[in-house]
Structures are given as C-alpha cells and as structure tokens.
Write a protein that binds this ligand. Structure first.
Ligand SMILES: NC(=O)c1ccc[n+]([C@@H]2O[C@H](COP(=O)([O-])OP(=O)(O)OC[C@H]3O[C@@H](n4cnc5c(N)ncnc54)[C@H](OP(=O)(O)O)[C@@H]3O)[C@@H](O)[C@H]2O)c1
Length: 234
C-alpha cells in the first residue's frame, strides 16, 4: 500500500488531497495544529485506519520527529506533500510594516520546515523512490504589494525543493495550485466573497498527474496540467 505524508490536512487543499488519496487506497499521515479540527477532518473517511493524524506545528522540530516516526513505522514514503503554509502577519501589509521576527516566523513554516522534514524522511523516500511536492504560489514569481513575506517564503520553497531534488537524486516538484476558495484565501481578502474561486478539490487531479506521469523535476502550474489533456480525472 503506498504511503503519503500531507502536511496541513485538516482543511483546504490538504484535506482534499487526504480524502482523495485515502479513497484511492493510500495510507496517509497528516497534520494540522488544531487537534480537534484535525480529528474532525479525518472522521468519516471511507477507511479510518488508513489516515494517521498527528497534531502539531510543522515548524516545531519535535513535531517533525513525530511525523518521521509514523512514516518510519510504515516503512516507506511514496509521496511527501509540503502543503501547510502561513500568509505571515495579517492583515497583509507592506514590507515597511513587517518586523524581522515576523519575516523569520513566516519563512520557518513556508521554507525551513519543508527542508527539515524532507531531510528526516529521506530514508523512506529512497525506499519507495518517492516524490516530493511542495505547494507553491504564483506569488513566488510575481511581485504583489503586501505579499512580500509569504511570496519570498514560497520563492525560497521552490528553490529549496528543486535543489534537494538534484542533491538527493529525488523527483521534486514545486506546484502553483492557483487561487482556491479556502480559509487562507479568505484571510488574504477579508470582506471579499471568494466563493467564485476554484475549489481545492479541483486542484487534486493536477497533483495526482505529477505523481502518475512523473515529468522531470521542476516548477509546474496546476492550471497548465488541466489544459495539457494529461490530467488524471477527478
Ligand atoms: N488558497 C489559495 O488561493 C492558494 C493559492 C496559492 C497557493 N496556495 C497554497 O496552497 C496550500 C494550501 O492552502 P489552503 O488555501 O488549502 O490553506 P487552508 O485552507 O488555510 O488550510 C491550511 C491547512 O494547513 C494547516 N496548517 C497551517 N499552518 C500549519 C502549521 N504551521 N503546521 C501544521 N499545519 C498547519 C491548517 O490547519 P491548522 O490551522 O489547524 O494548523 C490547515 O489544515 C498552501 O501552501 C498555500 O500557500 C493557496
């Protein structure tokens, strides 16, 4: 049975991925900081046994170790998805109003944690010839006012993910999912009706496409997979 670790699986894109993978027969380890929300998210899945919730903050080294222990117990890791992320200080604000500590806290979650976690999981990734997917953003390559801390963290995530790929001989992808109607998107646009954005479920096939087709390591946009005709059906 293939094994995945999806960070941030209690809401949004992470939850949609956990649902799809577990439905497809994967064993999925996942996390989220709020234990009650995490537990509620995995209740009601078709086979509760195949989802392993481990509550905690991805930036916490003790939590990273706890995740790694669960994966070591399962013996292999076919898919690692770095999905948990923070927008940084809210409301979004210009860089002149962001402290150095706030920058570092944002990058700890969005860039440093995925590297630390990947490093801990290298043995199980190698056993399974596993794939690493880091969920990026168009903000990594654009320059949007007030998005600086988040955007710089995602640009770093792209670089770190693809560098790990060449250093460790892994297949690694940085994936821009595009806008999605989620809590994070609502936080970025307070007071705006974001319900017209695509659902997180609509992005899942693009990630599965990378997994199944295994194009070369690199940065991909979910929307271009949908247009390629190669996409795995929802
Ligand atoms: N939504 C968009 O329009 C959009 C656009 C481009 C890229 N993205 C990217 O897509 C990914 C998913 O975003 P989303 O919109 O689905 O977010 P979301 O709906 O806010 O869900 C985020 C998930 O991550 C968990 N999480 C957040 N911080 C965490 C931490 N420090 N440690 C562990 N878990 C944490 C949350 O649970 P807790 O709060 O309980 O921890 C929740 O389960 C992110 O990487 C985001 O940057 C989103």
């Amino acid at each position: 049975m293939p094994v995945a670790l999806v960070t941030g699986g209690s809401a949004g894109l992470g939850l949609a991925l956990v649902h799809r993978l577990s439905r497809d027969g994967w064993t999925v380890v996942t996390d989220g900081r709020d234990p009650a929300r995490l537990e509620a998210a995995v209740v009601g899945l078709p086979d509760r046994e195949v989802v392993v919730p481990v509550a905690g903050d991805v930036a916490d080294p003790a939590h990273q170790e706890a995740l790694a222990r669960e994966v070591a117990r399962l013996g292999r890791l076919d898919l690692l998805v770095h999905n948990a992320s923070t927008l940084g200080p809210l409301p979004l604000r210009p860089l002149r109003e962001v402290s150095a500590d706030e920058l570092l806290a944002t990058w700890a979650v969005n860039a440093a944690a995925p590297v630390a976690l990947t490093r801990l999981l290298l043995p199980q990734l190698r056993v399974a010839s596993g794939v690493v997917v880091s969920v990026s953003s168009d903000a990594a390559v654009e320059h949007y006012e007030t998005w600086g801390p988040y955007a710089a963290g995602k640009a770093a995530l792209d670089q770190l993910t693809l560098t790990l790929g060449v250093e460790e001989g892994l297949t690694t992808y940085a994936v821009d999912p595009g806008d999605m109607a989620t809590a994070m998107h609502q936080d970025a646009f307070p007071g705006e009706d974001v319900s017209d954005r695509p659902t997180p479920e609509s992005v899942v096939p693009a990630i599965l496409t990378l997994l199944l087709r295994r194009p070369p390591s690199g940065r991909y946009r979910a929307s271009s997979f949908a247009a390629s005709g190669l996409e795995v059906p929802a």
